[in-house]
Ligand binder design. Structure first.
Ligand code: PAF
Length: 285
């Protein structure tokens, strides 16, 4: 596996793979890779002949006071994991390679609708930063397909919408959330948790499972379900951000007769903001 830092080298390596008739798969990341990222690369390598991953901690998607400066940078360990998972090329640009004209004057990509509410409400500008860097990376790599984790459910919806609305010829593949044995969704931010917080953290997923079970048993009082789960989060020591039941496709607030639902939550545990979601398929009426 080669690691390149410039767009020039990236383009040359992808052009060579293309000249050999290879399909190109792409997995964008911010590094500090865990088994969740590894599964994205494995999916890409099952579906494409030449797999490109990127590691770029994108300043444009971090708000003031967020963890940009502390975000873990673990390049050597990441390279080993990528290689073992079947990655052929790592693109690891500097900020000046990604934003050579500075970030203030950078053209931005705003995805309407699905960017609003949920994490879009708590983290103003976040999805604009994600959509902008993913658009740039897509133009740089020009992949046939790209793989993103379902753990960032709203991000995946933003990227699907972006690709559709801007007519990008890229297949977007959503990969199932990887979880620890106790149910906690794998995330680079789990590394910020103390041992005590780590023991508490699975409460988030258990709350989602509780709501899913009740929905499957026929409960439709969404407000009650949400309030109960948020009360459990508070009791465990979380500061709840949001917990919502939405239509799994449109991400609009769920109607009472929707069958294809997703329950999404974000909550703060100490200094760490955790997110999770669970899709709930109800049988047709
Ligand atoms: O999910 C992430 O790690 C990032 O938001 C992404 C998609 C790599 C864009 O910076």
């Amino acid at each position: 596996m080669n690691t390149v830092k410039t767009l020039r080298e990236l383009r040359a390596a992808v052009a060579q793979a293309r000249a050999e008739g290879k399909q190109v798969g792409f997995v964008p990341t911010m590094g500090n890779l865990h088994a969740g990222h590894v599964s994205l690369v494995e999916i890409a390598s099952q579906r494409a002949d030449f797999v490109v991953a990127s590691i770029f901690v994108n300043p444009l998607q971090f708000g003031a006071g967020e963890d940009l400066d502390n975000y873990p940078r673990t390049l050597v360990a990441d390279q080993e994991k990528l290689f073992a998972a079947g990655c052929h090329l790592l693109f690891h640009p500097d900020v000046t390679e990604m934003y050579p004209h500075g970030m203030d004057s950078q053209t931005r990509v705003t995805v309407q609708g699905v960017s609003e509410g949920l994490c879009g409400a708590s983290r103003p500008g976040h999805f604009e930063g994600v959509a902008t860097v993913v658009t740039k990376l897509f133009h740089m790599v020009q992949p046939d397909l790209a793989v993103f984790g379902e753990k960032d459910y709203q991000q995946l919806a933003v990227i699907r919408t972006l690709v559709r609305d801007l007519n990008m010829p890229i297949q977007i593949i959503g990969a199932p959330t990887q979880r620890a044995e106790d149910g906690l969704a794998l995330s680079s931010r789990n590394g910020y948790l103390s041992a005590e917080q780590r023991a508490t953290a699975p409460v988030l997923y258990r709350g989602l499972q509780g709501i899913a079970d009740e929905l499957k048993r026929g409960a439709r009082d969404y407000t009650r379900l949400i309030e109960n789960a948020q009360a459990q989060q508070r009791e465990a020591g979380f500061v709840p951000d949001y917990l919502e039941i939405r239509n799994a496709i449109s991400l609009r607030p769920a109607a009472i007769d929707d069958r294809h639902l997703v329950v999404l939550t974000a909550a703060q545990l100490g200094k760490t903001r955790l997110i999770d979601n669970l899709v709930v398929e109800l049988p047709g009426q």
